[in-house]
Design a protein around this ligand. Structure first.
Ligand SMILES: [Fe+2]
Ligand SMILES: [Fe+2]
Length: 299
């Protein structure tokens, strides 16, 4: 892994690759402990890029009226979940009703390029948490672990689906982009960044809420699209499972993690809300970029 040490603007492809390499190394197998970047220069470079990124994202949301308490948050948050799915509904309709099999496979493979290990994010989300929230996060994590059955571990199920999709693309001589688009890198990097820099944990909580809460509609679109195109059940299973399970996770995350943390504390409420808003904009850009690529390459 090569880590450059020259400050790039955070929104450049190079800077986002730099962050991505760093986060991957930090969450790599313990057996590769020797390759974890640890020099002051590298850490400083990472910090500068991350700080610039946050300054820019905070600027974009500075006009938003943030919720201050549980009551305001609930209403505000539900509207954001709905709005995200509304804003990407064109893409979801396309996947569900129109896209050829190759486009669905292409989308799944694009997701895999930057889909860090969500179970590790969940593990990092529980540090320092107590009581009911600890249990809710533990239950979510246990679901990620397939409730103890190896073949049901979500990352295993996802790789079964993506392996099928990769083979389909290879058979059709369809290649993924040579370089991962910046919007995709940002989408993957954001949650790993927030899970590793502990100051940003409330933002991670907001982002996880948005991810879990908005996921069922996306998984439903992929499941229906795959059924329509005759994908085998082994490739569909992961997506089908998440229609239900993320509906549960979304509700549990809201009521057992977000609300108890907010407890009418304006400061954490607003920080969670910033996480929701920043994630919202990064996710929206990600889906716009993926849709354009998928439609362009898989007609
Ligand atoms: Fe999952
Ligand atoms: Fe989930």
């Amino acid at each position: 892994m090569e880590l450059v040490t020259k400050t790039e603007h955070f929104s450049s492809n190079k800077a986002q690759y730099f962050l991505n390499d760093y986060y991957r190394a930090l969450t790599d197998s313990p057996a590769r402990f020797y390759s974890v970047p640890d020099s002051i220069e590298t850490l400083k470079e990472i910090r500068l890029i991350e700080d610039d990124w946050m300054t820019c994202e905070e600027g974009k949301i500075s006009e938003e009226i943030l919720p201050s308490n549980n009551g305001e948050f609930l209403d505000w948050y539900r509207k954001k979940l709905k709005l995200l799915n509304k804003n990407i509904s064109g893409f979801l309709d396309y996947i569900e009703n129109e896209a050829p099999a190759s486009a669905i496979a292409y989308y799944v493979c694009m997701e895999e390029l930057v889909d860090g290990s969500f179970d590790d994010i969940m593990a990092l989300a529980q540090l320092g948490v107590h009581n009911e929230s600890k249990m809710a996060i533990a239950e979510n994590y246990w679901d990620e672990m397939g409730k103890g059955q190896f073949s049901q571990i979500h990352t295993e199920m996802f790789s079964e689906s993506s392996s099928y999709c990769k083979k389909m693309l290879a058979d059709l001589a369809l290649k993924l982009p040579n370089e991962i688009p910046t919007e995709c890198l940002m989408n993957g990097n954001l949650v790993t960044f927030w899970s590793l820099r502990r100051k940003f944990i409330p933002r991670l909580y907001g982002a996880i809420g948005l991810i879990e809460g908005s996921a069922p509609l996306r998984f439903r679109a992929v499941t229906k699209g795959m059924e329509r195109c005759g994908f085998p059940e082994s490739a569909i299973a992961y997506h089908r499972e998440h229609i239900q399970i993320d509906a549960v996770h979304g509700k549990e995350w809201l009521h057992r993690v977000l609300i108890p943390h907010i407890e009418n504390d304006e400061r954490i409420c607003q920080e969670i809300a910033r996480g929701v808003l920043i994630r919202f904009s990064i996710a929206e850009n990600y889906y716009t970029s993926v849709e354009a690529i998928v439609r362009d390459r898989c007609t």
